[in-house]
Design a protein around this ligand. Sequence first.
Ligand SMILES: Nc1nc2c(c(=O)[nH]1)N[C@@H](CN(C=O)c1ccc(C(=O)N[C@@H](CCC(=O)O)C(=O)O)cc1)CN2
Length: 286
Amino acid sequence: MAQLINGKQIASDIRQELKEEVSQLQQQGIRPGLMVIFVGNNPASQSYIRGKVRAATEVGIASEVLRMGEDITETQLLDRIEELNQDEAVHGILVQLPLPKHIDELKVIEAISPEKDVDGFTPINVGKMMTGLNCYLPCTPFGIMQLLERSNVTIDGKHVVVIGRSNIVGKPVSILLQRANATVTMCHSRTPDLATFTRQADIIVSAVGRVGLITADHIKEDAVVIDVAMNRNEEGKLVGDVLFDEVFDKASAITPVPGGVGPMTIAMLMHNTIEAAKRASEDSVE
Ligand SMILES: Nc1nc2c(c(=O)[nH]1)N[C@@H](CN(C=O)c1ccc(C(=O)N[C@@H](CCC(=O)O)C(=O)O)cc1)CN2
C-alpha cells in the first residue's frame, strides 16, 4: 500500500509559509501584485483562475483578473501586456492558457517582461532554467519538485521516467529532475511499448492527458507515481492518467487527482509572485 502524497495539504502548508513572508514584506511597505489575463470563457480556466485569486487573497497578494473577450485580436492583447509590463504596481503577469486558436500563444508569452513572468514560460526564463541560472521556475514542475522533497522522496541517483513533452510540464520537469541528479527518460503519447520504459522507473511523472494510461502493469513494485494529468472519465469524474486504485497497491507513494499536483501549481505561482515583488523592490533601491 502506498503513501498518499497529499498535495492539497502540502500546498496549504506552503501558502501558510508565504502568508508570513508577505506580512513581513508589508511591514517594509511592499504588497505583491498579480495580474491574471483571461481571454475568452473556457470553464476549466475560469475555475483555475478562481483558485489563483483565492490563494492570492489568503497569502495577502493583491490580485486582479483582466478579462478579455474571445474575439480580441492578438495585437490588442499584446498592447495590454506592454502596458502591464510598465505598471510598477504589477509584479507578476500571467496569461491563462489555453488561448483562443487565432492568437499565437508563443508570441503572447514572449511579450511578457521576463522580470514579471511568474509562470516561468518566457524564452528568457526557460533558457535560464536550462542553464541553471536564477529564474522563475514554471509552477507545475516547481510544484512537483516540492511535492517530492517535502514527502522525503529521494531524487538523487534515481531513474525517473517522464511521460509527456509539453512546454509547461514534461520538458521543464525533466530539466529540474536532472538538476537534482536523477537519470531521466522522456516518453510521450506516441512512445511504442511504454511499459518497457515505465517498468524501469523508480519515479514516474505522467502528464499526457489519457485516462487509464498507467496501470499496475506499467510500474515496478514500490515505484513513486506522480500524476499530473487532469481528465474527465466516462462518468464525468476528474481523474489523472493513472488507474489510481490498482497502482496504489503496488506503488510506494502516489499523488491523487484531484488533490495532488494541481494545488501545488497555484502555491508555486504565489511563491513566484512574492519573489517578483522582492526583486522589484531590490531593483528600485539599486
Ligand atoms: N498560464 C498558465 N496556464 C495554465 C497553467 C499554468 O501553470 N499557467 N496550468 C494549467 C492549469 N492550471 C493553472 O493555471 C491549474 C490546473 C489545475 C489546478 C488544480 O488545482 N486542480 C485541482 C482540481 C481542480 C478541479 O476540481 O477542477 C486538483 O488537481 O486538485 C490548478 C491550476 C493549464 N493552464
